[in-house]
Design a protein around this ligand. Sequence first.
Ligand code: GDD
Ligand code: MG
Length: 343
Amino acid sequence: QAEDGIRDVERSRGLGDVYKRQMKALLLVGGYATRLRPLSLDRPKCLFPVDNKPIIDYLIENLAKANCTEVVLAVNNHAEKIKSYLGEEKHGIKLHYSQEDQPLGTGGPIKLATNYLQDEPFLVLNGDILSWIDYAELMQHHKENHATATLTLKQVSDPTRYGVVRFGENDSIQEFVEKPTREQAPSNWINAGCYALNPEILNTIPEGKVSIERQVFPKLAAQNKLKGYKYHGDWIDIGVPSDYLGADKLIRKTQASINPTCIIHPNATITDSIIWGNTTIGPHTIITSTIIGRNTMIGHHISIKNSVIADNTIIDHNLIITEATIYPNLHIETNIKNREIKT
Ligand code: GDD
Ligand code: MG
């Protein structure tokens, strides 16, 4: 009876609160981030700092706000770095790690974590997205609409890099196409990488490497079991350098995000850039729209624009570097324009 009494109190506080109390989430953080190479060679995308804080912190903080209490981190590549950064608990959320022996894609990790997820509807989030999605509201929408899967959808101008949906009636998704050409794209509403799923979906995911976007969502759409939850707020996938810079710009209140361990000469000018730790930058150097990794030494009178420079690089004085991608551990002594430098 006492227990029933408690449930009544919960009910009277509104369904949203009940849903908030029950939430578990799985975070996909095991990808190879090839489009962020060479920066991602020894750092997983989820630990890329946005305004000097790893993007995974924003995701976990937002989950904590929705009263999510348990998170499964689906890890593969760079698992140890993620574990040692996050530990076993963060922002009051208990963290579990589900380790893949082989990369299992975006669906396989969900199947692998069946034991954590089989009891009640749960969330799945891509680990490279900065957004302010209300996860509790998404879950509530999911339960009220009786879908097997509810996808958060965001309207964008170029849908070709994403999963794209065609709407049917009442928020249902009739068709799901992953990375269509412009001509094939059925709309400009895209999969925002944030889902509420019913445990029954676990039975539809095969063992092994699975793309949930290519192998599972299209089938659910055809069976009328896929619904959409429209999101209108800010949203960025940091998967390519320009969007990583864009995400940083959205949050920071300064001209650039410079890790406090860097030593920057007061006569250097840094705009719209991200600079990770332990980097030194000399006088009269101008850096614009560039990402610079750790332990880098950049001399004086250098201009660097629209470039990506990985860890442990030395850049000599008096150079002009534009549209360059520079791999780690190199000593650069010449001007570079629109090239990838590996050795
Ligand atoms: N554990 C694990 N194992 N995670 C993985 C693996 C894997 O083998 N492969 C990728 N991931 C993780 C990535 O780390 C990332 O957090 C997430 O899965 C999505 O992979 P991305 O490589 O970033 O995919 P995408 O950005 O091209 O496309 C996805 O996201 C778009 C939204 O940004 C798709 O879900 C699209 O449909 C969606 O529109
Ligand atoms: Mg992505």
